[in-house]
Design a protein around this ligand. Structure first.
Ligand code: ZN
Ligand code: ZN
Length: 324
């Protein structure tokens, strides 16, 4: 089959790999769409031994299996199903498994991959192929983080600031509206992203502006400056929700506005498998808005052109469609 290989130093190769052979408890999934994710830039820079791509939607091709022919999204973390976290439903926080599809085993920038049965999430027929991958990071990660902090930030009395208008930030905007928050601002240095945020109903907040406080700050950029801004301008008893990621060490200077304040700093990762039904509802209610985020669809041989443009911020949520 054809697959994408990141050898490192921002090189991209279209390679031929053996057709995946599913192990016991796994199925073959033919990839229909894999959404590009900003976090893959890490692998693009440093190289990856596995096929990258973790926002995967495909069709099960496993004759005789109960899900043969069924359209499915792929839950990224492999989980044990019986540790303390899995037992309470936190399948994304498994204590014994740490393998992520597209990171520590082959992912979806390919024609097909082997997927553990437990990671299959069937997608109903009314969901468009081009929107299905958004059920993962864009909707799932954003909505799970917001549901986690909802009890701490009453929507009817709270001002929300979202830092970073990437797919997760824009996904958080839509999810926040659906969860009841009405006064939502966004900050991003890119005018095209701000225009999109405005179209989706956000008010604009200047990057780096400390003149106004917010009850909930959703940090989706992973930039240290944005994180520190969030800690500074969150209201006392407010919440800074960290959705962005950054491998570089983060230094917090304990200034007076940060030290002399009660506030919550909440990190949230991905989402539990049980959220998927809620994510489907969210997608159905706001399908036309989520569709605005999908700005290009391309094939495997166009990947080497599309990924750098995506990484440079020219595209919001492009999709690889290996079959064209
Ligand atoms: Zn992702
Ligand atoms: Zn577990």
């Amino acid at each position: 089959m054809q697959a994408i290989h990141f050898p490192g130093q921002q090189a991209i190769e279209l390679v031929t790999r053996p057709w995946p052979v599913p192990a016991a408890g796994e199925v073959l999934l033919r990839v229909q769409r894999t959404a590009l994710c900003g976090s893959d830039s890490k692998l693009w820079h440093r190289g990856s031994e596995h096929v990258p791509g973790h926002e995967i939607f495909g069709v099960v091709d496993q004759p005789g299996h109960a899900l043969h022919g069924v359209r499915c999204c792929v839950f990224m973390p492999v989980f044990c199903g019986h540790c303390a976290c899995c037992s309470r439903g936190d399948t994304h926080l498994c204590l014994t498994e740490s393998v992520l599809l597209g990171w520590n085993r082959p992912g979806g920038y390919a024609q097909a991959l082997a997927v553990p049965e437990q990671c299959l999430m069937p997608v109903p027929d009314d969901i468009d192929d081009d929107l299905a991958p958004l059920l993962l990071d864009t909707i799932g990660t954003a909505a799970h983080g917001l549901r986690t902090v909802l009890p701490l930030v009453p929507p009817d009395q709270s001002d929300v600031l979202i830092l970073g208008a990437g797919p997760v930030g824009l996904g958080a905007l839509v999810a926040a509206q659906e969860l009841g928050w009405r006064r939502i601002w966004m900050a991003d240095p890119r005018p095209s992203r701000l225009a999109l945020a405005q179209t989706l109903g956000a008010q604009l907040h200047p990057v780096g502006d400390l003149s106004r406080r917010f009850h909930l700050v959703v940090e989706s950029s992973g930039a240290h400056a944005a994180r520190n801004q969030g800690l500074t301008i969150v209201w006392p008893r407010g919440v800074v929700l960290l959705l962005g990621e950054n491998d570089a060490p983060w230094t917090i200077e304990e200034t007076k506005p940060i030290r002399r304040k009660d506030f919550y700093m909440v990190r949230s990762f991905y989402f539990p498998k049980s959220d998927f039904a809620h994510n489907l509802k969210l997608l159905r209610r706001r399908a036309s808005d989520y569709r605005r985020l999908v700005d290009q669809r391309f094939t495997l041989d166009q990947f080497a052109d599309a990924f750098p443009r995506f990484s440079a911020g020219e595209l919001v949520k492009p999709l690889l469609a290996p079959g064209g």
